[in-house]
Design a binder for this molecule. Structure first.
Ligand SMILES: *[C@@H]1O[C@H](CO)[C@@H](O)[C@H](O)[C@H]1NC(C)=O
Length: 294
């Protein structure tokens, strides 16, 4: 019986095995097919991205990429918000219509009564000093001072991927005709200023007003063909001395003072060209490597 059973088992066994092997085989083939299809799909997606003429090349300043960017607050008209790659050396991007007209006007209105002549930070003492290189007037707004400022600071964090807590308070600046800020770095060369929050990693510069002429943000050390920007002919003489961005109400310029490898980026050298006609209002958010105790 036992032998028969074994024989039976042995006889039936191979038949069962062959049919289940067939099913297994089929399943394996099917998975293989799926894997191959997936691989092909992925390959075709990545190769089409690489081959796409929409892919920005480093140093190609004439290139403009229109990426859709959505508004974080649904209550307002998110009129034509889009991201423009300005340069990869320095890493600079313009988020168009980042702020609404109302937000720009609000920031100016709360800052205006407190405007003081601008100073620069003395790298020897870490103290603020009066300076010829910076002739604007300005004031700081405490971080999270009110609902509107909080909302803007959250939007900056979402845009930059740097937490709100790493940001210094917003600075509001006003440049009148002839006023400027000579090219400088936003990062520090001293120990004093990096004690709280460490080095400055990136800056978001928001334009709160249009400027009729001049007032460009210029990067004199940018790599690439600076005259290839579509707005080249509209730039002031100063603006033509580097890669320039024209101030436009609501636009936000993001640039990085540090490279992805966490070293300082000397190509982030930048200045504010003299205003020739009109008035320039801007707001700056400096962000640190670590949390900044406000
Ligand atoms: C820079 O760009 C301008 C405008 O596209 C072009 O006329 C000029 O030849 C370019 N210069 C160089 C050195 O590529």
């Amino acid at each position: 019986m036992a032998v028969k059973g074994r024989q039976q088992y042995g006889r039936v066994g191979p038949r069962k095995t062959s049919s289940s092997t067939l099913v297994l085989y089929g399943l394996i083939m099917l998975s293989l097919l799926i894997v191959i299809l997936l691989a092909l799909g992925i390959l075709s997606i990545s190769s089409s991205t690489n081959a796409s003429k929409d892919s920005p090349r480093a140093h190609d300043l004439s290139f403009i990429s229109h990426n859709s960017a959505h508004s974080d607050d649904g209550d307002e008209e998110s009129k034509d918000q889009w991201l423009e790659v300005i340069s990869w050396e320095p890493r600079a991007f313009v988020f168009h219509n980042f702020l609404s007209k109302e937000e720009c006007e609000y920031l100016i209105s709360i800052a205006e009564p407190h405007m003081e002549k601008s100073t620069v930070v003395d790298s020897e003492t870490g103290k603020s000093t009066d300076s010829r290189v910076r002739t604007s007037s300005g004031t700081f707004l405490a971080r999270g001072r009110d609902k509107i400022v909080q909302r803007i600071e959250k939007r900056i964090a979402d845009f930059t991927f740097i937490p709100v807590e790493h940001g210094e308070g917003l600075q509001i600046l006003h440049y009148e005709v002839g006023q400027k800020y000579e090219p400088h770095y936003d990062y520090f060369m001293d120990e004093f200023n990096t004690q709280n929050g460490g080095q400055r990693i990136a800056t978001v510069l928001m334009y709160l007003s249009d400027v009729e002429e001049g007032g460009e943000t210029v990067f004199p050390a940018a790599k690439g063909n600076i005259s290839a920007v579509p707005w080249w002919n509209e730039l002031s003489q100063c603006g033509k001395e580097g890669l320039s961005i024209k101030p436009k109400m609501g636009d936000a310029l993001l640039f990085w003072s540090m490279k992805p490898d966490a070293t300082l980026d000397p190509s982030s050298l930048h200045g504010g060209c003299p205003v020739i006609r009109g008035n320039k209002w801007s707001s700056t958010k400096w962000m640190r490597v670590h949390e900044y105790k406000a």
